[in-house]
Design a protein around this ligand. Structure first.
Ligand code: C5P
Length: 398
């Protein structure tokens, strides 16, 4: 089933060049099954016209507070009734100021004030306008009013300047919106995860690592955040950006990752070891680059410490989840890991095409048995894993 099927979303478009990205956002929402009502301000319409949004949404576009179409003449009330969310993209500095002060002098500002659904705002403006104390005050006010601020991003701006103020890309806004609609089943919980590979130095320029992309761990961090948890992510060396609102701690070696985990552990309710932590590291990295010669080179390896097993063995252990990526006998290895490391849940996957792919087929192993999850992209698999953990945690206190 499409992610947003049966949901109605109101997209508000105000007057900024980034309005062109709103067209793409509407397309993504419609593709995900949402019914999209676009409300366009007068200046928004100067950048992208109503016919574009009408064609993309397949529905009439709303521009006028005095629109006579609704029987009761109250588009400003009706539009958000029953809507899953309202997202303003782009939101100009002027519109943000209006929102912060509760102005209601056109259709979009009035429907925002009259709304009965969550509001998300994607600012777009010149960097000086973004940095001004007035804008920052207004944005802080929106945050404290419970409005989600998405971005802005940093980069090249339409005016030719560089800096913070660019609107997020449509795909990022879409993802934030979908995330905000997830049930907050883990609200009030704190979750610690590890993700990615580790890198164990052989000498100053070489090391032992593995092709783990970190994507599964980052997707899980996002899924936990979307479920309302406070998330800390200890990441090995990967290029990925941490999801908004997730506290990220970087680590390179297994030993650094262990130290970061132990440091962040107090007060955590759930610990998930997703990282492909090296099991062995060179016994003593060479201080200088090892020079090549015709003779064979033997590296002495020593075992690293198992972070997950150490955390799970503590008297005050949180709810511990491990991953088992195996090339054969998945069920047997996963069950053994569950018992030996004293875990509550093991997420097992049979590696056929190596680590680091886009999709994942996993089976969950817990005390109740085996639960195969449907094949999906890593974010959907992550959401299923989080929902299984929430099912396990709900009846008891962790
Ligand atoms: O025993 P094995 O390495 O197969 O177990 C994998 C699980 O243990 C993963 O959840 C991984 O994150 C965790 N692990 C760990 N520290 C290690 C090795 C593995 O936390 N040194």
């Amino acid at each position: 089933m499409a992610e947003l099927s049966g949901k109605r979303v109101v997209v508000g478009v105000t007057g900024g060049v980034a309005a062109y990205k709103a067209a793409e956002l509407v397309r993504l929402l419609v593709k995900a099954g949402a019914l999209v009502d676009v409300a366009l301000t007068q200046s928004g319409g100067r950048f992208v016209g109503a016919p574009t949004f009408q064609a993309l949404s397949g529905r009439p576009v709303w521009t006028d507070l005095w629109d006579a179409r609704p029987d009761n003449g109250m588009a400003h009330i009706d539009l958000t009734r029953g809507a899953a969310a309202c997202v303003i993209a782009p939101a100009t500095a002027d519109f943000i100021a209006k929102l912060a002060h509760g102005f209601a002098d056109d259709l979009l500002s009035t429907l925002c004030l009259a709304r009965d659904c969550p509001l998300l705002v994607a600012p777009a403006m010149n960097r000086q306008m973004w940095e001004k104390p007035a804008t920052q005050r207004n944005v802080a006010q929106l945050r404290s009013d419970g409005i989600a601020i998405l971005g802005p991003a940093s980069g090249e701006q339409a005016c030719g300047e560089e800096g913070l103020g660019r609107m997020l890309e449509a795909a990022d806004i879409f993802e934030e919106l979908v995330g905000s609609l997830q049930p907050k089943r883990l609200a009030g919980r704190r979750v610690l995860l590890t993700a990615g590979p580790t890198f164990e130095a052989i000498d100053p320029v070489r090391g032992i690592t593995n092709p783990s992309s970190g994507r599964m761990g980052f997707a899980l961090a996002r899924a936990f955040r979307d479920a309302g948890a406070a998330v800390t992510l200890v990441a090995g060396p990967v290029e990925l950006a941490a999801p908004r609102g997730v506290r990220r701690v970087d680590a390179v070696s297994a030993e650094e990752m262990r130290a970061a985990v132990l440091d962040a552990l107090p007060g955590q309710h759930i610990f998930v070891g997703v990282a492909a932590v090296a099991d062995y590291r060179p016994a003593g990295a060479a201080a200088h680059k090892i020079k090549k010669s015709a003779a064979p080179l033997t590296l002495q390896l020593e075992p690293t410490r198992d972070i997950l097993a150490e955390v799970a063995a503590r008297a005050d252990a949180p709810f511990c989840v491990g991953f088992a990526a195996e090339s054969r006998d998945l069920a047997a290895y996963a069950r053994r890991k569950l018992e030996e490391k004293k875990l509550r849940l093991v997420v097992g996957n049979l590696i056929q095409d190596g680590l680091g792919g886009e999709t994942n087929a996993v089976t969950l192993f817990d005390a109740a048995g085996e639960h195969p999850l449907p094949l999906g992209d890593k974010l959907n698999v992550a959401r299923d894993i989080v929902s299984h953990i929430a099912d396990m945690i709900d009846p008891c206190t962790v």
